[in-house]
Design a protein around this ligand. Structure first.
Ligand code: IYR
Length: 227
């Protein structure tokens, strides 16, 4: 049963996370790793529709992430309108064309080669939903002062991580697309001045045939140091 009390004038709730045995904790840690390790970024999408309610649930999961001073400095713009998706694709491809043909260094292009990316982004029209995540640098009171948010990149990055996990867990696929520069999203989606585009995440059911690069994740010893 949840109890309530005041601490230094603020309301608190008692919180009792589920408890497990050491054996169960290891099993659960392994099972979750297996589930998450089977996630891949994809570039082939299905155009099959997905219920709006599903996307709402995914966004609620994303928004359960921790954030600096609990400011929840994020806005999730969900695009399913075909005309708007087309405009986003055209604007993204224009920027990406320039990136792939001059703005990116030789080394960067070489690093991307095994991933099979290029300036073409047909998935921006094909996927039934694009979730465009905006970070809220500050909050605007109507005709009032600005209020700073804290650790905005960390907070929105965490929310995006939760979102990718939720998408995968639901049986859907996604890509963390980073069109650069991204300011066209502010204009096309008519976002207010306190918001900046953060990530563009197309979401769909798995396409019938998907090929992903044969890349390896770092081993525990390569990416952890224990003191
Ligand atoms: N923004 C480009 C390039 C690109 C960047 C990263 I980081 C990738 O992991 C893959 C591609 C694009 O989205 O194609």
């Amino acid at each position: 049963m949840t109890e309530t009390k005041e601490i230094e004038g603020f309301p608190y709730l008692s919180y009792s996370p589920a408890e497990f045995s050491d054996v169960q904790i290891l099993e659960r840690a392994k099972a979750f790793y297996q589930a998450m390790d089977s996630r891949r970024s994809v570039r082939e999408f299905s155009s099959e529709p997905i219920a709006k309610e599903v996307i709402e649930q995914l966004i609620l999961t994303a928004s359960s992430a921790p954030s600096g001073a609990h400011k929840q400095p994020w806005t999730f713009c969900v695009v399913s309108d075909p005309e708007l998706k087309k405009q986003i694709r055209e604007a993204a491809e224009e920027e990406e064309y320039r990136s792939y043909n001059g703005r990116m260094s030789e080394e960067w292009l070489k690093d991307l080669a095994p991933l099979g990316t290029d300036w073409r982004k047909p998935f921006l029209e094909k996927a039934p939903y694009l979730i465009v995540v905006f970070k809220r640098v500050y909050e605007l009171e109507p005709a009032g002062p600005k209020h700073q948010n804290y650790y905005v990149n960390e907070s929105v990055g965490l929310a995006c991580g939760f979102l990718l996990a939720a998408i995968h867990q639901a049986g859907l696929v996604s890509l963390t697309h980073t069109p650069s520069p991204m300011s066209f999203l502010t204009q096309l989606l008519k976002r207010p001045e306190n918001e900046r585009p953060f990530l563009l995440i197309p979401v769909s059911k798995p396409a019938k045939e998907i090929w992903v690069p044969d890349i390896k994740r770092k081993s525990i010893s390569e990416m952890s140091t224990w003191y």
